[in-house]
Design a protein around this ligand. Structure first.
Ligand code: GLY
Length: 380
C-alpha cells in the first residue's frame, strides 16, 4: 500500500476528526481572544498561562506551540482568524527572544513553528529574522565536544532527549543560509543522542549529564520520568519523531534506523489502550497517562509510515492512527466550552500536573490529523 492508499483507508476517521476540530477550535480561539498571555493549560474552564504569577512567563518553552497551533488551523481551514492570532502571539514572544538570560534549548520549539512557519508560508522578513536569531542562539549552546546544552545555571553538561526536536530549526537555518555549520551541529548532537540516549531495546534516557570539559559520562537522572533507567514516554516520543525528522533533513540511514527502533519499542508499550502511560516503567498499579506523548508519537509514526515501505509502513501508520482514534474517544473533551482538546496529559511523573490540558498536546494532535487529511507541509 502506498502512503496515499493508507491515508485514504482512514478517510472516515479523518473526516470525523477534521469536523470535530474545526467545530471546536473557533470557541478555543474565542476563549483566548486578545489575552496578554500565551495559552498553556486550562484552569476553571478557561485557557491559562503556565505561570499566572509571572504573566505566564513569556519564555516558557511551550509558548511557540500556540502560534504553531494557529498555523496548523490556518492550513487546515484557510481561516484568516487563525493566521491573525498566530501573528499576534508570535510578536508577544519577542520579549523573550531579546532576553538571553531567560532562554534555553527550546528556542527551536518556540520559534521554528511560530516565526519559522510564518516565514515559510508568507515570506515575512521579520519572521525570518526571528527564526534565524533563534537558530543562532541554539547553535550558541553547542559544546564542541558533542552536545547541545539544554538548560541554564550550573547544568553546564546536561543534555536531554527533547533537543532532538529542536534540531529542526538548525537544519532549516543551513538550508536558508547555505552555511553548513547549523546542520553539522545538529548532526553531532543527534549522533550523541544515538550513542548515549537510545538504548538497545529502543527505549531512551531523558537526561544524560556529561562532564562539560571532557564529555565523560556523569549521570542519567530520572528527569520527568519515573526513575533513572526508566522510560519516560514523552521522551521516547521526542526521539521517535526527532530521529524521523533528522532522517528527512539529512538522509542519514542510521537516523532512520534509530527512529524505527524507537518506534517499534514505543508501539510495543501501548497496545493495551493506545494511550501511553507517563513512564513505560512506572509501577504497574499506577494508572497515570500522558496523551501528549501519544500525540507526538502519532505524528512521528504517521510520518515514518511515509518514509518506509510495505508491511513496516503499514505497521507504523496503523499505530499512529490507533493512537489518534483512542485519544479522540478516550482522552479528549469535545465540548465547545472547554477550550483544549486533549485532557489526559501529564507534564512529568513526579509533579502534580497529571491529566491536564497542555497546548502542545493539542498542537501535535491537530498536526497528526492534518497529516491524515493529506497535507504534507512539514512544520519541522
Ligand atoms: N521538557 C519538555 C517536555 O516536557 O516534554
Amino acid at each position: 500500500m502506498t502512503f496515499e492508499e493508507m491515508r485514504l483507508s482512514q478517510a472516515e476517521l479523518t473526516k470525523t476528526l477534521v469536523g470535530k476540530i474545526t467545530r471546536k477550535m473557533p470557541h478555543s480561539l474565542a476563549n483566548a481572544a486578545n489575552s496578554d498571555f500565551i495559552p498553556y493549560t486550562v484552569r476553571d474552564g478557561k485557557w491559562a498561562p503556565a505561570y499566572p504569577e509571572d504573566r505566564g512567563s513569556i519564555s516558557w518553552w511551550t509558548n511557540g506551540f500556540w502560534p504553531g497551533m494557529m498555523w496548523e488551523m490556518f492550513l487546515l481551514t484557510g481561516d484568516e482568524a487563525y493566521r491573525a492570532e498566530a501573528e499576534r502571539s508570535e510578536k508577544m514572544l519577542d520579549e523573550a527572544l531579546y532576553n538571553i538570560d531567560v532562554l534555553h534549548h527550546d528556542v527551536g520549539f518556540m520559534w521554528h513553528i511560530s516565526a519559522g512557519v510564518n516565514y515559510r508560508l508568507t515570506g515575512s522578513d521579520e519572521s525570518r529574522k526571528r527564526a534565524l536569531l533563534a537558530a543562532n542562539l541554539l547553535a550558541g549552546r553547542f559544546n564542541p565536544l558533542g552536545f547541545i546544552r539544554a538548560w541554564n545555571g550550573d547544568r553546564v553538561g546536561w543534555a536531554i532527549i527533547d533537543t532532538m526536536m529542536n534540531l529542526n530549526i538548525l537544519y532549516w537555518a543551513s538550508d536558508l543560509t547555505g552555511d553548513p555549520r547549523f546542520r553539522k551541529i545538529a548532526m553531532i548532537h543527534a549522533d550523541t543522542a544515538m550513542k548515549h540516549f537510545v538504548r538497545e531495546d529502543g527505549s531512551c534516557n531523558h537526561i544524560v549529564i556529561f562532564d562539560p570539559e571532557t564529555m565523560a559520562f556523569v549521570d542519567n537522572p530520572a528527569g520527568q520520568g519515573f526513575a533513572s533507567g526508566s522510560s519516560w514516554s514523552r521522551g521516547q516520543a521526542w526521539a521517535l519523531y526527532g530521529f524521523t525528522l533528522s532522517w528527512i533533513h539529512t538522509g542519514r540511514q542510521d537516523y532512520l534506523d534509530t527512529a524505527r527502533k524507537v518506534a517499534k519499542y514505543f508501539v510495543s508499550q501501548i497496545q493495551d489502550d493506545w494511550i501511553p502511560r507517563i513512564d513505560f516503567r512506572q509501577p504497574a498499579d499506577v494508572d497515570l497517562k500522558d496523551a501528549c506523548a501519544g500525540a507526538i508519537a502519532a505524528c512521528g509514526l504517521i510520518e515514518l509510515g511515509r518514509q518506509v515501505e510495505g508491511e513496516e509502513a503499514k505497521f507504523f501508520f496503523d499505530a499512529g492512527v490507533n493512537i489518534i482514534r483512542a485519544m479522540a474517544e478516550n482522552a479528549a473533551d469535545w465540548r465547545d466550552e472547554y477550550p483544549a482538546i486533549l485532557t489526559k496529559c501529564s507534564s512529568a511523573y513526579h509533579n502534580g500536573d497529571h491529566h491536564i490540558a497542555m497546548n502542545y498536546a493539542d498542537f501535535f494532535f491537530i498536526e497528526a490529523v492534518r497529516k491524515l487529511n493529506g497535507d504534507s507541509f512539514l512544520f519541522w
